[in-house]
Design a protein around this ligand. Structure first.
Ligand code: TYM
Length: 332
């Protein structure tokens, strides 16, 4: 049986990167797969979160998913901490994964920064929890942006080691789905860095909560180079900022980078940025409004999350019971 699972951290605003790299793709997948989408609050606390801010962000991220077209009638939507089985399976995976595997995780190195001694232990074992999220449902397909690829390889390693250690064919092979044109949206201030919710500069990203003027301003001020736009994507080599803006344009307009290049060939960035701002506002504006409406109407989002958690737990619990049996936990 095929099943989709994916998650987003409520550790700040949803960005255009989250939307183009992940959430937008979920909308199509939910038609064809049984789909489970999770606001991963257990992951968020691997770095410090103010409790009230975390609570609001959890609602807001759920609202953002729904506003983007993830349909609570077709998909299961819930927040991770409500389904205790995630943390429980993560412990078992802490005992399956090897230190050497985690030492290779590039995201830990980036997030922990120079002073690794001061990073939380949770940040280090984070990929084991992510593997638990997916394998708790025996999900087969995981739609994510490019930055999650290494974590999904680790998920496969954990699944295979568990299967071979216990001599079972229990966990399936997990297939990453890295879909669309914009699988790695870059910062508006530095084309070599990923656009991220946690970047200290708000000018580096477009948030799904930004209003029209803010979006226009961020795009106008986005870093570019002095050259005009090239005729073909080959001309974007060595021009990361230009490449990023063209990729974003294409993803929002449903066009390839080649089409966008030929449309703007030889023009300066001023015209292009004006059009990109208009396009962004056209696509994101309705989502932002709906997200705001849903966030204010707390009871609806809360009821979606509550029902989602019940449905998720109903799938997870029997699978976790089988895992207990395989591992040898006594159930007197
Ligand atoms: P998170 O919260 O950082 O991001 C959520 C999703 O958005 C994608 N994404 C991007 N895509 C393109 N360009 C970008 N600049 C960009 N920034 C983020 C991410 O790839 C992701 O798909 N560890 C995960 C959350 C998670 C998860 C899971 C995902 C926890 N458990 C199980 C899948 C399955 C994370 O931190 O995503």
């Amino acid at each position: 049986q095929e099943r989709v699972f994916s998650g987003v951290q409520p550790s700040g605003n949803l960005t255009l990167g989250n939307y183009l790299g992940a959430i937008r793709n979920w909308v199509g997948l939910q038609q064809d797969y049984e789909s489970i989408f999770c606001v991963v609050d257990l992951h968020a606390i691997t770095v410090w979160q103010e409790p009230e801010v975390l609570r609001n962000a959890t609602r807001e991220v759920a609202a953002g998913m729904i506003a983007s077209g993830v349909d609570p009638k077709q998909s299961i939507i819930f927040n991770q901490s409500q389904v205790r089985q995630h943390a429980e399976l993560a412990w078992i995976f802490n005992c399956v994964a090897r230190l050497g595997w985690l030492n290779r995780m590039t995201q830990f190195k980036e997030k922990a920064g120079k002073n690794k001694e001061r990073a939380s232990v949770g940040l280090y074992v984070y990929p084991n929890l992510m593997a638990a999220d997916i394998l708790l449902y025996k999900a087969t397909h995981v739609p994510v942006g490019e930055d999650q690829k290494q974590h999904l390889e680790l998920t496969r390693d954990i699944a295979q080691k568990f299967n071979s250690d216990y001599g079972v064919e229990f966990f399936p092979d997990v297939e990453p789905l890295i879909l669309g044109e914009a699988t790695r949206v870059m910062s508006l201030r530095d084309g070599t860095n990923k656009m991220s919710k946690s970047d200290p500069s708000d000018m580096s990203r477009i948030n799904l909560t930004d209003d029209r003027d803010t979006i226009a301003k961020k795009i106008r001020k986005a870093r570019t180079d002095a050259e005009p736009l090239p005729e073909t994507p080959d001309g974007l080599e060595g021009r990361p900022e230009a490449k990023n803006l063209i990729t974003i344009f294409g993803a929002l307009a449903g066009k390839s980078s080649a089409e966008v290049c030929s449309q703007y060939a030889g023009k300066g960035f001023a015209d292009f940025k004006r059009d990109l701002a208009d396009l962004s506002v056209d696509v994101l504006g309705p989502i932002t409004e709906e997200m705001k409406r849903l966030t204010e109407e707390k009871t609806y989002v809360d009821s979606v999350l509550r029902e989602g958690a019940d449905k998720a737990a109903a799938i997870a619990e029997p699978i976790l019971q089988e895992i207990h049996e395989i591992v040898g936990f006594l159930k007197p």
